[in-house]
Design a protein around this ligand. Sequence first.
Ligand SMILES: C[S@@+](CC[C@H](N)C(=O)[O-])C[C@H]1O[C@@H](n2cnc3c(N)ncnc32)[C@H](O)[C@@H]1O
Length: 241
Amino acid sequence: MTVGAAEEVLPTAGRPEVPSVRAMFGGIARRYDLLNAVLSLGEDRRWRRRAAQLTRLARGGRALDVCTGTGALARLLWRRVGPSGSVLGVDITEEMLSLAARAVPEVEFRVADALELPVPERAFDAVTMAFGLRNIADHQRALREVWRVLRPGGRVVILEFSTPRAVMRPLYRQYSRMVIPRVARLLLGRTGAYDYLTSSISAFPGPDVVAGWLREAGFERVGFERMTVGIVALHWGRRPG
Ligand SMILES: C[S@@+](CC[C@H](N)C(=O)[O-])C[C@H]1O[C@@H](n2cnc3c(N)ncnc32)[C@H](O)[C@@H]1O
C-alpha cells in the first residue's frame, strides 16, 4: 500500500490489498465511466461487447459478473439473457455498486469479494470479469472460485489489459506517461489511481500466462484473443463436464 502526495491510499501493483483497492475505486467511482471512455477513446464499449458475446449466453441464461464496478458488462449480459434469465454483479466497492444499481436496475448487485463469492456451487452458465483480475493478488484463488460457481460446461470470460504488440509499445509507453496522468488530473484533480493503473498493467502478465492460470484452475478449451493492437486481451475457458 502506498500513500501518495494528496493522502491517497493506493494499492501496490502486483500485490493489491482489498482495503486499498476499495478505497481507490470508492474515490474515483463517480468519474470512472467517463475516464474509461476518454482514456480508451470509446474502445472500452467494444471490448465489453466482445466479452459478452464470448460467454455464448442465451435467453434464460444465468450469469455472474465479478468485479462488476458500475455494471457496464452486467448490462450487456442482461441484454443477452433477457427477462427470463438472471444476472448478478458483485464487487467490493459500495460506491461503484450504487452507481451500477441505478444504471442497470434489471441486474441484482451485491457487495462481495471475488475470493469468497456468496453463491452456491454450479449456479451459473457464464462468469465474466472485466478489468478485475489485475486488482486481485490471489488470482489463482479467484479463478478457482469462478470454477466452483460455474455449472459443468459453463464458460468463464476474462477481459484484462495486456502488453501491446512490440511495434506499438513505445507509443503506448508515451501514452501511459504523458496522456493518462494529464487526463486523470483534468477529470479527477489527482493522478494516483491512474499511476496505479499504469503500474498494475505493467505488472500484469501476457495472455499466454493468464491462459496457463485458467488451465491450472481446471478449465478446458482455454483460449485468448487480443484487441486494439494488444492493449487488452480476452481470455476464456470452460468448466469440464
Ligand atoms: C477497473 S474496475 C472494473 C469494473 C468493471 N468490470 C468494468 O468493466 O468497468 C475493477 C473493479 O474491481 C473491483 N474489485 C477489486 N478487487 C475486488 C475483489 N477482490 N472482489 C470483488 N471486486 C473487486 C473494484 O472495486 C472495481 O470496481
